[in-house]
Design a protein around this ligand. Structure first.
Ligand SMILES: C[S@@+](CC[C@H](N)C(=O)[O-])C[C@H]1O[C@@H](n2cnc3c(N)ncnc32)[C@H](O)[C@@H]1O
Length: 292
């Protein structure tokens, strides 16, 4: 079913699955305005090496941080190819996102400028640029640059001038962000987030992804910008972190991932989220008690 107007919002589409397929092809199969939230962690186009594979012991010389040398074909495009690829997936993301929805996009200086320009060309408005400050960033081994210790996240919407995207302002001020030393309880949330890139053992129990995002940054985004029962879509689902975060916060998910191995890790993670849900509930109860 294809519709063209924002008012023709379809009520039911299948959800809670990860498709082992290309996200541009996959999103083309979905109707207009059918998802409430998109979290995109696209390839950063960093794989510029000859014949290396993912290797956590080696960092990319001169890049200033713990960027691993890789030779993943999905992460090795020319500038033009990357620009066209960004326009292609962003166009589909814009088409399927509800006017009340929003989209978060991860990046670094290697790709975020291209994504920013592509968003502006497509009339995708940037709501905020968030700096994810990683205080545990890996030191710069060459000693020829500053130590890269942040990633950039664009929070965007495409609902036009009405700006009807959902934002939980109360959560942004009064939620539990006690692990973020820059966030003051009861004050407005700022655009610099202090979160380590460390993952809990249960996040890595079923396998790892070289650019895996920690669940805690994803649950923050999901709670800021969606309601329980909403559908979150992630075009580049990797080891399934965005889908796991959606599940543990009571949202539905749709993921696309071209690599079967990562789909298998995701399936195992998603089948075993009960422990994480119970832990999160315990934290929330403890936090509410502390506040009273
Ligand atoms: C940066 S990683 C995402 C990691 C994920 N956020 C996590 O925490 O596990 C990007 C992923 O996108 C996948 N990918 C690259 N191009 C794709 C495409 N066109 N469609 C679907 N997946 C793609 C890659 O296989 C890779 O696993």
């Amino acid at each position: 079913m294809k519709t063209n107007k924002a008012t023709d919002i379809p009520t039911v589409i299948p959800f809670d699955y990860i498709s082992n397929s290309d996200c541009i092809k996959g999103m083309k199969e979905l109707p207009n305005y059918c998802v409430d939230l998109i979290i995109a962690d696209p390839p950063y186009n960093l794989s510029k090496s000859g014949d290396w594979k993912w290797d956590n012991s080696v960092s990319l010389t001169g890049m200033g941080g713990n960027w691993n040398i890789t030779n993943e074909t999905w992460d090795n495009m020319s500038l033009n190819e990357y620009f066209n690829f960004s326009l292609a997936w962003l166009s589909e993301a814009k088409r399927i996102l509800k006017p009340t929805g929003s989209m978060w996009i991860f990046g670094t200086y290697h790709n975020i400028g291209i994504i920013n320009v592509a968003c502006q060309m497509l009339d995708i408005e940037i709501i905020n640029e968030v700096v994810w400050y990683k205080k545990n960033a890996f030191p710069n081994l060459s000693g020829r640059r500053l130590t890269a210790s942040h990633e950039t996240i664009l929070w965007t919407h495409s609902g036009g001038k009405k700006r009807n995207y959902y934002f939980d302002y109360n959560y942004s001020k009064n939620g539990d962000f006690s692990d973020d030393k820059l966030k003051i309880f009861g004050k407005q949330m700022r655009t610099v987030w202090d979160l380590s890139n460390n993952k809990k053992p249960e996040e890595l129990k079923y396998g790892k992804h070289p650019t895996q995002k920690p669940i805690k940054i994803l649950t923050r985004m999901i709670k800021l910008s969606s309601n329980e029962g909403d559908i979150m879509l992630t075009p580049f689902s990797g080891a399934g972190s965005e889908c796991v975060a959606a599940k543990i916060t009571g949202r539905h998910y749709i993921g696309f991932e071209i690599d079967k191995e990562y789909c298998n890790i995701s399936e195992n993670r998603l089948a075993n989220t009960q422990e994480e849900i119970e832990q999160m509930n315990l934290f929330e109860i403890a936090y509410e008690e502390k506040k009273q």
